[in-house]
Design a protein around this ligand. Structure first.
Ligand code: SF4
Length: 320
């Protein structure tokens, strides 16, 4: 049986012990695919505020963009890092004895803000002694040379790892158009190539079961994105949640979610085409609440999903 390079194995190897990721979800962040810079409404599967009244107490809510001159939410965002990081850390340290963490800037596009704001937030997270790395979720049209230069210098100065996680989803532009992604694969390719050249760690996010895609396309996407020299990859199935464009498409019979059987089979094939040194960070769906519409299997516990995936991989001599 051959071990897949899971994130857990990679982290233990790199840091000599278990490292947990702590998600940070900060106020004021949005995405150019939501706020109108590129498009409105976002990716078809994205649950965002464009579907609910964008009003709070009668006032329009404030969102950041790189053009924001003075960020009125900065103090609040810094406090949110403290509360979210320390709250999760307390739990993981007490219940699981974990001592090292990765601070993960997760929701929306976490580089879509003025560089001064980003510097303050990233450096606040990295200043925690137990934080060994930060990971920044974003998309290709929200990064530039100045950001990469800064992140590379930050990595050098702190001696801590900086990861950038790009939502790639598919390498097929016709699919990206169907999901209203608002960017092409060429943009992801260029951004990943630059991030790697700057010496940053890159994780690509891929979605299987996007509208109109065959399993062959999903495996081909994995192969092509891996050729960019990414360090890690995350896979997850496309599922339908309430208040999304995809929910409307599903209701109109225009979208059929991927079955668990097909997802697992495709995932196994995709892992088999990955170079052995690409870290597999995630392979399951992460939704277990009332917002899920379909498919039902995505609402099953992570343990149940992982049991099915592990069994399929084991049949191919691979241990997750
Ligand atoms: S890129 Fe991310 S945040 Fe932006 S619309 Fe798509 S899923 Fe939502």
């Amino acid at each position: 049986m051959k071990d897949i390079l899971t994130f857990g194995r990679y982290l233990t190897r790199r840091y000599g012990e278990r490292v947990y990721k702590i998600s940070l979800n900060l106020s004021g962040f949005t995405c150019p695919n939501i706020d109108g810079r590129v498009a409105r409404g976002g990716c078809t599967y994205c649950d965002n505020e464009s579907f609910s009244p964008n009003l709070s107490g009668g006032k329009k809510r404030f969102f950041l963009s790189p053009d924001t001159v003075d960020n009125p939410l900065l103090e609040q965002q810094l406090r949110e890092i403290t509360v979210q990081y320390e709250g999760s850390k307390q739990h993981f340290t007490r219940d699981y004895g974990v001592r090292k963490y990765i601070a993960y800037f997760q929701s929306f596009s976490n580089t879509y803000a003025p560089l001064e704001t980003l510097k303050a937030l990233y450096e606040k997270a990295l200043a925690y002694e137990d934080v060994v790395a930060i990971s920044i979720g974003t998309r290709a049209d929200c990064v530039d040379d100045a950001l990469f230069e800064y992140l590379a210098a930050l990595q050098e100065r702190t001696g801590k790892d900086v990861w950038v996680e790009f939502g790639v989803q598919s390498v097929f532009d016709e699919t990206l158009q169907k999901i209203n992604r608002g960017e092409s694969y060429a943009q992801s390719e260029a951004a990943i190539t630059k991030a790697k050249k700057a010496g940053l760690n890159v994780c690509a996010h891929m979605i299987f079961g996007l509208i109109g895609e065959t399993p062959e396309m999903m495996v081909a996407s994995t192969k092509k994105v891996a050729e960019l020299g990414i360090d890690a990859i995350k896979f997850h199935p496309c599922y339908v949640v309430k208040n999304t464009i995809l929910a409307n498409e599903y209701a109109a019979g225009k979208f059929t979610p991927i079955s668990q059987e097909s997802y697992v089979e495709t995932l196994v094939q995709a892992i088999k085409v990955l170079p052995e040194d690409v870290v597999v960070q995630r392979v399951s769906a992460g939704i277990a609440n009332e917002t899920l519409i379909a498919p039902a299997w995505c609402g099953e516990s992570k343990n149940r999903q992982m049991a099915v995936i592990k069994k399929a991989l084991a049949a191919q001599g691979l241990r997750y």
